[in-house]
Design a protein around this ligand. Sequence first.
Ligand SMILES: CCCCCCCC(=O)SCCNC(=O)CCNC(=O)[C@H](O)C(C)(C)COP(=O)(O)OP(=O)(O)OC[C@H]1O[C@@H](n2cnc3c(N)ncnc32)[C@H](O)[C@@H]1OP(=O)(O)O
Length: 243
Amino acid sequence: MFRCSVRLIKGLTQITWLREQPVLPNLLYRRSVPAAYLPSRALRVTWPCAEEVKDFSLPNPSWSQNMRNLYNKYMELSQQGSWIRLPSYNVTATHLIGKAEQCPDSAKPQVTTRLFTRNLDVEGLGFEYVMFYNQAELRTVGIFQAGPYLEGPIGLTHGGAIATIVDTTSGACAICTLGKVKTANLNINYRSPITLGSTVEVQCRVDKIEGRKIFMSTEIRSADSQVLHIEATALFIQMKMSE
Ligand SMILES: CCCCCCCC(=O)SCCNC(=O)CCNC(=O)[C@H](O)C(C)(C)COP(=O)(O)OP(=O)(O)OC[C@H]1O[C@@H](n2cnc3c(N)ncnc32)[C@H](O)[C@@H]1OP(=O)(O)O
């Protein structure tokens, strides 16, 4: 327990921020993207004020009853101390140093970037999800509702969107456990399709840690746990101190 807490504190910088601060984006996107890799220098700078920052992992009117039920279940567990809800923001660059107003003009990006999973402004169309981390068990749970803009086959969720959710949920677990990581390998077995609009539960756990390598496995099941949709494994590599 103590070891896990120390890892989390090291990884997330300040444990007291955990419930309110943009923990994951702060870890992942500390460095701004070089302007040369961004779509156009002609785009105007958008720099949201801190009060405009929205936590996308809170309930909104698009959430189904299943999504709300699972959310309430893990919120209750969070209040008992075993789980922590992970906040989630869209403008990752905002969180380079935590608060927009602390960022000097020279460090502001030339164009706006967005976290891929939070790039739609209308609630319910794309990825609706919330993640919880259990530091004692080195597990994350993701509650995911697939919106209509994630269609692959007619009426079903695109396999790439599902891979994104696996990467995001297992990546969050790896980050909470080891600090900054990158995905090195992702293997997915698609066992049964996920209907658009349905809510599924994503269960990720750490299988083993070897030096900078953290091996994860993931299962996605229907909200009532009866249907197995996905089995996956992933390897994340802890970033070097210099990165
Ligand atoms: C909340 C949101 C969470 C979202 C999380 C999403 C994270 C992402 O999507 S990251 C973006 C996608 N990933 C990438 O772009 C990564 C591209 N790849 C890379 O940058 C590098 O190859 C990287 C970082 C994975 C490894 O490079 P590097 O840090 O130099 O590690 P390196 O020294 O080569 O290897 C370290 C160990 O990992 C192993 N390893 C590296 N890559 C692999 C791989 N693909 N498969 C198996 N093992 C590997 C090596 O064999 C080595 O093992 P050992 O220590 O036993 O010798």
